[in-house]
Design a protein around this ligand. Structure first.
Ligand code: ADP
Ligand code: MG
Length: 593
């Protein structure tokens, strides 16, 4: 009897603070949201020691009168919801009425607010207890000062990271607001340093300059799509400029920055195999949907959402981003590849040589190399009879013949081609890899891999671990077109190989794939993941290598097939397949401009 009590407000607010106020950045986020909800055209954020010692957010919004200011500090007090029904269609950033009391419960908190220039109200709160309420001279708007966050929760304070880390989180949130609201002026000052000073801008693309840097932002590819009440727009970073971490990904739903698995997945799917699995694109997605089909009340910090029609939303985002990437503009220019380090050094060298090649363009036809055509004679060219490559079934991407016309082969490794915008250099191995990868994966997924039966079956004696992997995954290998049979002990007989791979060496190819499979299994990858890995590896093995002569017809065939893939600009490992030297660059080089 008498063991259960209703908690007092102070305790309740501290508990709520545990969910709402995780770190200085969450305070900044909640306060800026309030400023924006109050119609501010200017929001100033000042922090000291990463926000641990002080956070001040001031705005020129509507402000509050004395009664409202006092009420605002009460739990579940909000001006943004009048009835439960309105929860179905929230248009403001706040609605829970718990940010101010939660923050005030765990800090030394000062609120200064005025509805008109001149006189206003100041309220001092210490650890949730109101200490003083007074009239003060103040401009219209609101300024909230939060000092010594978690001063009364030492355990929580201990969990704060270094000033630099906390500041990075603050910076990220303010950056997001600048993207979401280009019409508002934002400033972020840390100590005496101004980190962000963003005057009102025309659109998010202009603001992206602040967030990604001008050069990177300008290279991003815009997209926009409207479908069944779902509007998506944004900017997609080029696959060749992927990043090791997901920080450059900003997703907004009706102006609210969110972390959402559906959207992240949609973006990732759009990039598909244009980049390695562990890389992330820089991408900005603005999604507008009817507020009644998105539930924003699923997370105390309001950073997760739930969609009523998530498949539609997912597909709209995926298709929008895909459209940006499959556009021919996705072909990187020479300078676009510079951040890639190794890639760019390699490419710089190639481009210099390619330019000098132009000068000696006359290639006598008699000197045309004979296609060696090991990979099934795919691009042997010359007479059609030796070119067994069927019309590629992956007519998904550009779905047309190559926009690039082959001119010549450089160092028996790179195809020099031209298109309307300039000179295009293609890595023949990467290009063929991309073509084979898509063709093979498509066949495997449709369960119609064509098998090339071997005239003379080969028997291979495997190592113990190889044989174990093959025994367990034999179904998957057979599905991929490897006709293998146990042949006693750790021996297997190979009767056939996937035709798409051409004339690969069956034994070494199989062993290479078993190595991949072993790694994939230890990383507990799913079946889909394993298949992709095997297909990627097989495509790499079977693709024509560098230092491999191609005929003109072979090059044309390869470029045509490449153009029909879903992502002609990157190979399955995420490396660039081609890049362009613009005509302007060439003309500038010759001082014609
Ligand atoms: P919520 O934003 O969910 O309504 P808060 O605790 O963040 O809850 O704020 C409570 C109320 O205080 C808001 O509904 C709003 O009326 C008022 N308020 C808070 N910050 C400001 C501000 N910067 N300008 C004007 N009013 C504000
Ligand atoms: Mg709020």
């Amino acid at each position: 009897m008498g063991r259960i009590r209703v908690l007092d407000d102070l305790t309740v607010n501290r508990i709520a603070a545990g969910e709402v106020v995780e770190r200085p950045a969450s305070v900044v986020k909640e306060l800026v949201e309030n400023s924006l909800d109050a119609g501010a055209t200017r929001v100033d954020v000042e922090v000291h020691s990463g926000g641990r010692s002080l956070i001040r957010v001031s705005d020129d919004g509507t402000g509050m009168d004395r009664d409202d200011a006092l009420l605002a500090l009460e739990r579940h007090a909000t001006s943004k919801l009048a009835s439960a029904r309105e929860l179905q269609a929230i248009r403001t950033l706040g609605f829970r009425g718990e940010a101010l009391p939660s923050i005030a419960a765990v800090s030394r908190f000062d609120l200064r607010t005025a509805v008109e220039d001149g006189s206003g109200t100041e309220i001092e709160v210490r650890g949730g207890k109101i200490q003083a309420v007074r009239e003060v001279g103040a401009p219209r708007g609101t300024s909230v000062e939060v000092a010594d966050l978690f001063f009364n929760l030492p355990a929580r304070r201990k969990f704060l990271r270094s000033d630099a880390t906390e500041l990075a989180h603050v910076l990220r949130w303010v950056s997001r607001f600048t993207l979401a609201r280009p019409d508002v002026r934002f400033r972020l000052v840390h100590g005496s340093r101004t980190l962000i000073d963003a005057p009102p801008a025309r659109d998010a693309a202009e603001r992206a300059h602040h967030v990604y840097g001008r050069q990177s932002a300008e290279r991003m590819l815009p997209f926009a799509l409207e479908r069944g009440g779902v509007r998506v727009r944004g900017l997609a970073g080029r696959p060749a400029e992927s990043l090791a971490r997901g920080e450059a990904q900003h997703l907004f739903v009706n102006g609210r920055a969110v972390q959402d698995r559906v959207l992240t997945h949609a973006v990732r799917q759009a990039y598909g195999n244009t980049m390695a699995r562990d890389r992330f694109p820089a991408v900005l997605v603005f999604l507008e949907v009817d507020p009644s089909v998105v539930d924003v009340n699923v997370h105390p910090q309001k950073i997760e959402v739930r969609f009523a029609r998530s498949t539609e939303v997912h597909d709209a985002v995926r298709d929008a981003v895909t459209s940006a990437l499959s556009h021919d503009a996705a072909v990187p220019g020479l300078t676009d590849l510079r951040p890639g380090g190794e890639v760019s050094r390699h490419l710089d060298a190639v481009s210099a040589s390619a330019l000098s090649y132009l000068e000696s363009r006359a290639v006598p036809t008699g000197a045309e190399p004979r296609g060696v055509g090991r990979p099934g004679g795919l691009y042997r060219g010359g007479d059609g009879a030796t070119c067994p490559a069927p019309p590629v079934a992956v007519a998904e991407g550009l779905g047309r013949a190559a926009p690039w016309a082959a001119l010549a082969q450089y160092r028996e490794s790179y195809i020099v081609a031209q298109d309307a915008d300039g000179l295009v250099l293609v890595d023949q191995h990467a290009a063929h890899e991309r073509v084979l990868f898509e063709r093979f994966l498509r066949e495997a997924e449709d369960d119609r891999v064509q098998v090339q039966r071997l005239l003379f079956p080969v028997t291979v004696e495997l190592a113990n671990d190889e044989s174990a992997v093959l025994s367990e995954e034999i179904g998957e290998f057979r599905r991929l077109g490897f006709e293998v049979e146990p042949f006693g002990g750790t021996a297997f007989r190979i009767d056939g190989v996937p035709a798409v791979l051409g004339e690969i060496e069956p034994t070494s190819c199989l062993r290479e794939l078993l190595g991949e499979a072993r790694e994939a299994r230890s990383a507990t990858a799913g079946v889909g993941e394993l298949r992709r890995k095997l297909v990627t590896s097989a495509a790499c093995q079977a693709a024509i290598k560098v230092h491999h002569p191609l005929t003109h017809a072979g090059m044309t065939g390869l470029l045509d097939d490449l153009a029909r893939t879903s992502s002609p600009t990157t190979c399955p490992h995420g490396r660039p397949v081609l890049f362009r030297i613009r005509l302007e660059e060439i003309e500038r080089g010759f001082r014609r401009r």
